[in-house]
Design a protein around this ligand. Structure first.
Ligand SMILES: [Fe+2]
Length: 570
């Protein structure tokens, strides 16, 4: 089996889990959040579907679970986009990159949870960050009035603005704001997307943005990272839009072997009026990547972990008529999921020197087993990001049944079919920050298991008032737990590891009380338990409803917008 059928067949639902082996430690606390597209079947490529958020409470007997049980709670994110879609689905057309409609392009907000202090957001690459209630998981607001973003990225000024952005904005602990991006098409210096750095002071309803002077490229900015003084942007390099495919033709565009990186000083940005271009320091990294994470302390250089996506083309998805690399028809349950990695992946730590323009490789790891580098777990506390010690990575293993023959043909000359001949185990692996030396790993030999996004839960230090709410006893990534979810058709599991020795195996395992299965999950994140909504000045959907934005709608469609605005304002 390429991957468990439950990825597309299991429902999102609430349930409770129990310890089935080991002992659950008393010093793990807080919540693990997950983002996921709801996979309604309405889109050819499921990762563009409307988002859900799931929350696993790491303290038993909380959030509605009985004593000794752990609550898994799920909510659909009821954005204005989702509410309008539900009221007028006939107005939405499904395409290979999501829905379009006279209302505009919906914000699916399905990719990553973004905890930030006592507030919780969800994100995706083609919409603004969305705030949700950390207690009830209900929709709260979108971030930044569209006019302050400099208008939509493209497709006109509509009720639902299309904003090509980043699924991984980053919160600045010293300046108390959020760094993200906006992309928009330009003709100079070449035809392509021009990136802007976007800044949101979280107390307001407006953002600021600064275009990168002289930059145009063909990709996306999936991740934003930072040091104390620098913002780091990169062409993710693993998703290329293909206009032929969008108009019903075959995809011919492929991913590159390297990607441009842009560094900008934060103070240089914040000193300028919004909309003023800024010139970045430019670098190139290889292979392309989805995710990268800088050490916050840049006193000794700008040191960044690059999670490579060698021959991982996220624009390729499985179609009903596909066969896999061995010529076998794909299982119906894989249809609409992404085509998995076609080579083992590289992880590297590099140091950028903007003065000399040089890039120093500190260490990298790429082995036969490093297939499908899925996602990673690290200590996101300011203390932990300033002096990281360990970086934990989940590798899903090689899954030839989810590499299509169509993908192999497209990558002929670049793919080595021997690399994708057999299924290989998944691994949870720990690397030392700096050297990227492999410190420890745990094997998932049963290939019917599919490990998914892990997270780091710091060791709870009680109520130490001198520590941030996100920091454990010894910040950095070694003192605490790695929580590793496992998707399986035999039932969902959550495995808890001592972060200092994942190779020793799980110290406790949770399973649903009725062996419940869970569908596809994307990113996860840890946050301390917060049940109340913070006071803040927030954008309302109705604040953006101008006559010009409503102009393309008929009377029924206007009534839908008015009803959604009334619902949300109420
Ligand atoms: Fe991501």
């Amino acid at each position: 089996m390429p991957t468990p059928d439950c990825l597309t067949t299991a429902p999102h639902r609430d349930f409770d889990l129990r310890v089935v082996s080991g002992a659950w430690p008393a010093d793990v606390s807080g919540e693990m959040l997950f983002s996921a597209p709801r996979l309604s079947g309405g889109l050819p490529y499921g990762i563009f579907d409307f988002g859900a958020v799931a929350r696993l409470s790491l303290t038993p007997g909380t959030h509605g679970a009985p004593d000794g049980r752990f609550a898994w709670r799920v909510a659909s994110i009821e954005t204005p986009s989702k509410r309008i879609f539900d009221a007028a689905p006939e107005a939405f057309t499904a395409g290979p990159v999501g829905y379009t409609s006279p209302f505009g392009a919906p914000n699916a907000t399905n990719t990553a949870p973004l905890p930030w202090g006592d507030r919780l957001f969800t994100t995706w690459d083609a919409g603004r960050p969305v705030e949700i209630h950390p207690g009830t998981l209900e929709y709260v607001a979108e971030v930044g009035h569209i006019d302050s973003w400099g208008g939509p990225s493209m497709f006109g000024d509509t009720v639902l603005p299309f904003l090509f952005s980043s699924a991984h904005p980053v919160a600045d602990p010293d300046r108390d704001g959020l760094w993200t991006t906006k992309l928009e098409p330009v003709m100079e210096p070449t035809f392509g997307m021009r990136p802007s750095v976007v800044w949101w002071d979280r107390d307001g309803t407006e953002v600021k943005w600064w275009p990168l002077e002289g930059i145009a490229f063909a990709g996306s900015t999936h991740t934003v990272s930072q040091t104390r003084d620098w913002v780091i942007l990169c062409d993710s390099g693993n998703f290329r839009a293909d206009p032929d495919e969008m108009f019903g033709g075959e995809r011919t565009v492929t991913v590159d072997d390297a990607a441009p990186v842009w560094l900008v000083r934060k103070d240089e940005l914040l000193a300028r009026p919004s909309g003023t271009p800024v010139t970045p320091s430019c670098f190139t990294v290889s292979p392309p990547n989805g995710h990268f994470y800088a050490r916050y302390d840049d006193t000794d250089g700008i040191s960044v972990v690059w999670e490579g996506m060698d021959l991982m083309d996220l624009a390729l998805y499985v179609r009903p008529d596909d066969v896999d690399v061995h010529g076998a028809p794909v299982p119906p349950a894989s249809v609409g999921l992404y085509n998995m990695a076609m080579a083992p992946e590289t992880i590297a730590e590099v140091v950028f020197d903007p003065e000399s323009g040089k890039l120093l490789d500190q260490g990298r790891c790429r082995e036969d087993w490093t297939f499908n580098l899925q996602l990673s777990a690290m200590d996101w506390s300011t203390e932990g990001m300033s002096a990281p010690t360990l970086h934990h990575v989940s590798y899903q293993g090689c899954r030839p049944g989810r590499v299509t023959a169509r993908a192999a043909r497209l990558y002929e000359g670049r793919i080595d079919l021997d690399d994708v001949a057999e299924e290989t185990p998944g691994y949870l692996a720990t690397f030392e920050r700096g050297s990227m030396a492999l410190k420890s790993r745990w094997e998932y030999a049963d290939t019917s298991d599919l490990i998914t996004s892990p997270t780091f839960a710091p060791r709870s230090n009680g109520a130490d008032p001198s520590a941030s709410a996100y920091a454990g006893g010894e910040p950095g990534g070694h003192d605490g737990y790695v929580v590793q979810p496992v998707l399986s058709d035999d039932g969902f599991r959550v495995e808890l590891f001592d972060a200092a020795q994942v190779g020793a195996g799980p110290i406790a395992v949770l399973e649903g009380t009725a062996n419940e299965c869970v569908p596809l999950l994307l990113h996860s994140a840890w946050m301390p338990t917060v049940d109340e909504l913070a006071d803040a000045d927030r954008l309302r959907f109705s604040d953006e409803l101008t006559e010009a934005r409503l102009a393309g709608l008929d009377d029924d469609q206007r009534r839908v917008v008015a009803a959604v605005a009334e619902e949300l304002d109420g």
